[in-house]
Design a binder for this molecule. Structure first.
Ligand SMILES: [Zn+2]
Length: 447
């Protein structure tokens, strides 16, 4: 049997001269710990009581494997969601010392969201750490003792400028009030809350009505066996998955979000990079997103609150590669609305992987008790929110004039499948006649 080769440090980039960076063994413990088991001598987790109301009694989420923190872990996975892989790359390349500890001075939230009853309800918040925004305050003693713990929520404020909003100001549809919209150039004040996923596995399993053991095994198997502790550590019930999180954009004073005496307008939006950023016209994503922002601004200007929540769930959480394959299959297959979902199911096996069941957690965290105007037609989002005990008083579909013609295939197929509308509902027969733009004009030109 051949000896296991020693990994080379002479990669594409020159090895760092930092003492910790080279040789390789200095970056890691000499013994690889592939997994751990309850009761091992290296296992001494910090107590974590998910659902405890007092942050000290709840305990910090500890997931780092750096130095002495390795023994204290009470969570599986890594910080940063999908960016955890870049973190590993930075350490491998010698750019980042493995024992680096952040300096959190001045990073505290720009608004102190008041603690909500849901923060200590283990059935209401299962996919984010309710105390993850202010670990420097809640867990100072743990930080001072040298434990490597990190925030999983960050809260900041900003100005934003969106071209459609500038146009709406120019046409008189939106007013400059000097507060939410601060000038005629279209600068809008916003509070932003970024959230990384932190899953309380028993709660996630309950939300999906599956056995926790099945959930753990499935997560283990289908992330390439990356997290064996999902199987070997039933005593650890928190997992930081390698996926994208969310950002909540809040218009108007953030304290109004949890005030049930004022109106709230809400858009829950799932990422669609092609439309949201690059404005391709095959779907209604950016027009609906911007409409949601405009309505949120109006509600804030009327003394209420407006919230837009942006989830990193590209292409119905199937990813852009699958999404583009579906586009090709649609365009080559006639692109009619009656075949819209079948094209996705043929390639992905399902029509949607967004699973809105975890989505309402952020609403609970913000203290949202009812939604006056829901800027979404999705029955899945609607049902998930209502099932979580948050009533939706009005559903607002995207106005017809904002729907790009090539995206009629998508929106009409969705309406036929149960999306909310106050306009026309197409029959199966009629959906055959709703056609997208073909590729003919493309094939004729040089490109
Ligand atoms: Zn889209």
């Amino acid at each position: 049997m051949a000896a296991v080769p020693v990994p080379s440090t002479n990669g594409a980039s020159a090895p760092s001269s930092e003492p910790w960076a080279n040789p390789l063994s200095k970056r890691f413990q000499s013994r690889i710990i592939l997994t751990t088991y309850p009761g091992q001598s290296v296992v001494d987790p910090v107590t974590l009581n998910w659902g405890a109301a007092d942050p000290e009694e709840r305990g910090p989420v500890v997931v780092s494997r750096a130095g002495e923190t390795l023994k204290k872990r009470n969570a599986i996975g890594a910080h940063g969601g999908s960016y955890s892989v870049y973190n590993a790359l930075a350490i491998a390349s010698g750019d980042l010392p493995p024992d680096f500890k952040p300096d959190f001075r001045n990073t505290q939230p720009t608004f102190d969201f008041p603690m909500q009853p849901a923060w200590s309800d283990p059935s209401k918040i299962v996919s984010m750490d309710p105390f993850g925004h202010n670990i420097a305050r809640y867990y100072k003693t743990h930080l001072d003792s040298g434990l490597d713990i990190r925030p999983t929520i960050a809260i900041t404020r900003a100005h934003m400028r969106v071209s459609e909003i500038v146009t709406s100001i120019e046409s008189g549809q939106l007013q400059v009030d000097g507060n939410v919209i601060i000038n005629k150039e279209g600068d809008v004040r916003v509070t932003k809350v970024a959230v990384e996923p932190v899953w309380f596995l028993p709660g996630v399993a309950a939300r999906f009505n599956v056995d926790e053991g099945v959930l753990r095994r499935s997560l283990f198997e289908f992330t390439g066996g990356s997290y064996p502790e999902l199987v070997t550590r039933p005593d650890v019930n928190v997992f930081l998955p390698p996926i994208g999180g969310l950002t909540a954009y809040i218009f108007g004073p953030p304290e109004r979000v949890s005030d049930p005496s004022v109106k709230l307008a809400l858009r829950v939006h799932d990422e669609c990079n092609g439309s949201d950023v690059f404005q391709s016209d095959i779907c209604t994503c950016r027009p609906y997103l911007v409409y949601g922002i405009e309505e949120a601004i109006k509600e804030a200007q009327n003394g209420g609150s407006g919230v837009v929540i942006y989830f990193r769930k590209e292409g119905r959480a199937l990813g852009e590669v699958v999404k583009y394959l579906v586009y090709n299959s649609r365009k080559r297959g006639g692109d009619t609305a009656d075949q819209y979902f079948a094209r996705t199911e043929n390639i992905a096996g399902v029509r949607d992987m967004r699973f809105q069941a975890l989505m309402p957690d952020i609403l609970h965290w913000l203290g949202i008790k009812k939604i006056d105007r829901m800027l979404s037609m999705s029955n899945m989002k609607h049902d998930a929110i209502v099932e979580q005990g948050i009533p939706i008083l009005e559903r607002v579909p995207i106005p017809d004039h904002l729907i790009p013609s090539d995206s009629r295939v998508e929106i009409d197929a969705k309406i036929n499948a149960g999306y909310f509308t106050d306009g026309k509902k197409y029959t199966d027969e009629e959906l055959k006649e709703v056609k997208g733009r073909g590729w003919q004009s493309w094939e004729d030109v040089a490109h």
